[in-house]
Structures are given as C-alpha cells and as structure tokens.
Design a protein around this ligand. Structure first.
Ligand code: NIG
Ligand code: FE
Length: 411
C-alpha cells in the first residue's frame, strides 16, 4: 500500500537517521522542506522531497496537503494512562485551598487511585484506559510510555502492566511499559517503608521480568515518597532484570535524585520543577534526557521546569504530558507544546524538537520515531491550513490537526 502526500506547504523535522536527540542551541532549529511531497509505503516513510522532484511517483492513494503542514506525531515519554475512575473531588478540594501534599497526607492522591484500581476488574480497567489511548492518538500522539504505579500490590501492579501489554498488542501506537511500583508507600507500610522496597525488589521485579512486562523502571524520588537511598536500591535491582531507569525527580524538593539518575545512566529524569546548578552540572556529565511536564505545573499551580536554564546550558530537553488522574488529567501534547512556549519561554522550534525527537529518545525510540526520516515509521500529523508552524503553539486550545497517520494508517 502506497500513500502519497503532495503539495505540503512545509514538511517539518526532516532529519538524518544519525540524529538521536538535539541539545542546546541546536534545539532552535527545526529543519524543514517547503512545497514538499512524502511517500508512505505500508507503515514506513519511504521517500520525501521537493514537489518539483515528485513526478513519476505512483501511489494507491494521493492526498493533497495544499496550505497544510506535515510533521512527525508527538512522542509522549511520560504518562500514567492506565488508571481507574478520576480524582475530580481532590481537584475541587485544591480549589478550596488544600495543597496536593495535604491531600496526599490525608490518604488521597496516589493511594486514592491505588484503592480504586485494586477494586476495578482487568476488563473494566482496560476499557477505561483504551478510551484515553484512543483520545491521545486522535490528538497526534504516535508513541507513548505508560507507567504502572497505581497498583502498589504484587497483584495490582501485574494487572496494570498486563493491561499496558494488551494495549500495545491491540493498538498501532508504539507503547513502552514502565514499572513504577515505587510510586507511593501503601498505608500498611507507613511505619516500615523498607519492607515495601523489599516487596518491590524480591517479589514484584522477578514476576515482571518473568512475564517480560516492562522495559523501564521508575521511582518517585521525593520527600515523603522514596529517598535517594531507596531509589538507588530499586534502580540497582531493576538493572539486574534488564530494566532501564527513569526517575520522577525534583518535583517539589531538590534532594540528589538527579545525581542518582546520572549515576544509573537513566534514560530520563522527569519533572525538574525545582533545579539547581549542581543538577545542571550533573546532567552535563551524562546522556540522560531531562523531561519537563508543563501541564502538571499548569494543573497544580507549581513552578514550571526552567527550560531556558536547561537549554541555555547546552542540554537537551523533552516535553511530555504526565497524563494521570491526580496532577495532569490531560494527554494533549498540542497543549504541552503551546504551554512550553507560553510559560517556559521555549521557541516553537525548541518545543517541537522537545515533543518529537527528544521525546523519542526518552523512550529509546529515536531509531524509528520522532522525525521525518526515510525508513522511520510513517507516523504523521497533517495540520489544517495554517499560516506557519508558529501558529501551532500560538493558537493554543484550537484543534489544528486535520489527519493523523500511525504506522502508515489514518487514525
Ligand atoms: O508524575 N509525581 C508523581 N506521580 C504523578 C502524579 C501521581 C498522582 O497524583 O496520581 C506525577 O505527577
Ligand atoms: Fe508522572
């Protein structure tokens, strides 16, 4: 099956296969081709170029993209899409003055979601989660990472990861699974936290490895959650089972989590709403991708990740949604790109790089996703007619997507 897209006003993020991520000043550049065509063969980008070189290409279907932009689909490297119910009650509590931390201390927060999830059948949870997955696909996301972490028992963590596996089997979108058993301490371990760490290491990890349910391992390294020592132990244990580390760090507190991430050669360190120069120095000494989650900052009213400080230090940055019921009940990457420009002073080019190729890197997917490159997956967004790509972040809240292709097929 060959699909030819012609008269593309501007084809964005055209890259050589050797580019795995972009950093620092390079993030200000998004290579493009004006007046272009692109050929999809089955699930792959097989050719593209200037319209003047398009003659003689035959296809089963031809799409006219006059006035429209084509770009790679978004790569959302941080989500918690599998969850049960919602936490709209806590949302109203926060409007009425309670903080996110106060709600968690009262047994709300992650433990509230864990209770709901434990009581929900696998079938029902699959249905709820697949709706969210379908929604983000229509919003232009073509690759997504999904974490466990609302189970917090052996059985419920396995249930979450099996659902992620089933979603990956049933949908064309690329899905990467992350084991986040270390998301919060269940109430029964309140006075013996290390016993829960033992449970993660001795019981959860071997089962997950046996069923091959995850590629990455994550820890919520934060005051009141997992200490740097506990994070270190969990990531060390995860590595023995071949799991690549990612960490939730510096959301509220600077406590050395970034340095633990670098020590373990983490694929990404995520959140970073608070950050100091030692963290920047640590990041400069590694290959770990910093990941900002601006809609979490927006929803909770906490600081935005200092993108300028990170990029101006020569570092790369990725953007992701953090789609979850507590801190970010939205999986809209278009909103993320807008918010990064509006609130974090990222240029449109920086935001597009962060939400495509750098997001792909943070999921180990740079070889197949995140850019318009021959041989990569035909995962494409065709926009509506827009004056320039700056219009994407500028017209925040408008749906500017005409068509999404994932694996060469229309969503
Ligand atoms: O990334 N920070 C930790 N975990 C999630 C939120 C979890 C929740 O509130 O349910 C996050 O923001
Ligand atoms: Fe998260």
């Amino acid at each position: 099956m060959r699909t030819l897209i012609v008269n593309i006003k501007e084809l964005l993020q055209v890259r050589e296969a050797t580019i795995k991520k972009v950093s620092g000043a390079d993030m200000k550049i998004v290579p493009t081709l004006k007046n272009a065509y692109l050929l999809i063969e089955n699930d792959t980008i097989s050719d593209f170029g200037k319209m003047e070189n398009c003659h003689e290409i035959t296809a089963d279907t031809t799409i006219d993209a006059t006035g429209k932009m084509v770009l790679p689909t978004w790569c959302d490297s941080h989500t918690h899409i599998v969850y049960s119910g919602n936490r709209e009650g806590e949302f109203v509590d926060r409007i009425n003055g309670l903080s996110y931390e106060e709600i968690a201390t009262k047994g709300g927060g992650i433990l509230n979601s864990a209770k709901k999830l434990q009581q929900t059948s696998e079938e029902e949870l699959y249905q709820q989660s697949s709706k969210r997955l379908e929604e983000v696909m229509t919003l232009g996301t073509g690759a997504v990472e999904i974490k466990s972490g609302y189970g917090l028992t052996v059985e419920a963590e396995l249930k979450m990861l099996r659902i992620i596996k089933k979603l990956a089997e049933n949908y064309p979108i690329e899905i990467k699974a992350t084991f986040l058993g270390a998301h919060a301490f269940p109430a029964e371990f309140k006075n013996n936290k290390d016993a829960y760490v033992d449970l993660i290491i001795d019981e959860m990890l071997p089962k997950i490895a046996e069923e091959n349910l995850a590629e990455f391992i994550d820890v919520f390294c934060e005051d009141g959650y997992f200490s740097t020592q506990q994070t270190d132990r969990i990531l060390t244990a995860g590595k023995k089972y071949g799991l690549t580390p990612k960490i939730h760090v510096n959301q509220f507190t600077i406590m050395g989590g970034v340095q633990i991430g670098i020590k373990h050669n983490a694929l990404s360190v995520d959140h970073l709403e608070v950050l100091d120069t030692n963290d920047i120095i640590a990041l400069k000494n590694g290959n770990t991708m910093p990941v900002a989650l601006p809609s979490c900052s927006y929803f909770l009213g906490i600081p935005y990740t200092p993108a300028r400080q990170i990029i101006d230090a020569g570092l790369p940055l990725a953007l992701a949604t953090d789609y979850n019921p507590g801190s970010t009940p939205s999986g809209n990457m278009n909103f993320i790109v807008s918010t990064a420009c509006i609130k974090m002073k990222m240029t449109p080019e920086e935001a597009i790089n962060a939400a495509t190729i750098n997001g792909a890197y943070a999921m180990n997917l740079s070889n197949t996703h995140g850019s318009i490159t021959k041989g990569k997956k035909a995962n494409l967004i065709i926009t509506k007619q827009i004056p320039s790509y700056n219009f994407l972040p500028y017209a925040f809240g408008s749906n500017l997507i005409d068509t999404v292709f994932i694996d060469g097929k229309k969503v």
